[in-house]
Write a protein that binds this ligand. Structure first.
Ligand code: AVJ
Length: 316
């Protein structure tokens, strides 16, 4: 009944992604409306999706080692913090030796409220409702002399960037930093193909619901008439690109209208919309990535149970 405010940028992006002559696409950032965020939370609980647990396990087990390697007077900035739950052990270790300042950066205001509630006892939480780079710049501008920035980019979100954009993004981060500042980068690692596919195509259909919700969101927010039952969730792995791709495949010939995007678009049978790519890494590639973007790799922690790496980059 209460249609959310019409978002011109969302409409523009939907229009350009669905009018491409080659592969139709929709940006994965639109997967996370309130329904999508709740479904993603559910994904992180699935036995097939070990990524988030591996990330959290490494931080739990190695927060003390990490903090010991850092210079004094750390200010922590987390890009895409969500509720900040994974970050707690790092803040706890910092708390043993200093006054803790934590800038969670996220586009979701409700996640930031949760950060303040959950971590406010442990740290001075300064929430930044902003894009990653805007938030980072804000925190960097306010640093006092002698403070070192610890930037957290966890959860393998970097995997959603194509390789060139990942380099550009890390270079942009590096430009905001000073030599000696550090970046802790979480990345999912290449593992057996069946295991990677199952993580993105779980038998209970939670990931399918997460993916299809993107069409439901377009229906809700842009007055579209996607019939969700005529699309099917697909997850594929491309070994050459070392990436999982999520698609929505049209089951039949169909025509869809997206009123707010001023768009009528057709789909031939089996035509797909690519909704997300998730790159998987091998540990050495992260050393190269560090070097290419103005950092050096100081340490890497790897989870044995679910291959995942936490890499500590130091700005040179
Ligand atoms: C939140 C980007 C890390 O790529 O694994 C989970 C998103 N998509 N299942 C990932 C996601 C489908 C997730 N990241």
């Amino acid at each position: 009944m209460f249609a959310p405010a019409f978002d011109a940028e969302f409409a523009r992006d939907v229009r350009s992604g669905l009018t491409r002559t080659q592969q139709k696409t929709l940006s994965c950032r639109y997967l996370y409306d309130s329904v999508g965020s709740a479904l993603f939370e559910a994904i992180t609980c699935l036995p097939e999706y070990g990524l988030t647990r591996a990330d959290a396990r490494i931080l739990n087990e190695h927060a003390a080692d990490l903090v010991e390697m850092l210079p004094p007077n750390i200010v922590t900035v987390e890009l895409g913090s969500g509720s900040g739950a994974k970050t707690r052990p790092i803040l706890e270790q910092l708390h043993r030796r200093q006054v803790v300042v934590y800038h969670p950066v996220d586009l979701s205001a409700s996640s930031l409220v949760k950060c303040v509630q959950d971590l406010g006892m442990l740290a001075g939480v300064i929430p930044l409702e902003a894009s990653y780079l805007e938030g980072l710049r804000y925190a960097a501008e306010r640093r006092a002399p002698g403070e070192t920035l610890l930037v957290l980019f966890l959860g393998s979100t970097i995997g959603n960037f194509d390789p060139d954009s990942a380099i550009d993004f890390l270079l942009a981060i590096r430009l905001v930093l000073q030599p000696g500042d550090v970046l802790l980068l979480g990345t999912d690692l290449v593992k057996p193909v069946e295991q990677m596919i199952a993580a993105y195509d779980d038998p209970a259909g939670v990931t399918a619901a997460f993916n299809l919700n993107l069409l439901a969101r377009i229906n809700r927010e842009l007055e579209a008439d996607f019939n969700l039952r005529q699309f099917e969730h697909v997850a594929r792995y491309t070994p050459e690109a070392q990436r999982i791709e999520m698609h929505l495949r049209s089951r039949e010939y169909q025509i869809v209208s997206v009123h707010q995007a001023n768009l009528i678009v057709d789909f031939v049978p089996n035509e797909t919309i690519c909704t997300e790519v998730c790159h998987k890494f091998i540990p050495d590639q992260l050393c190269t990535l560090a070097r290419t973007t103005g950092f050096r790799m100081q340490t890497q922690w790897i989870d044995e149970e679910w291959p995942f790496a936490e890499s500590l980059f130091v700005a040179v």
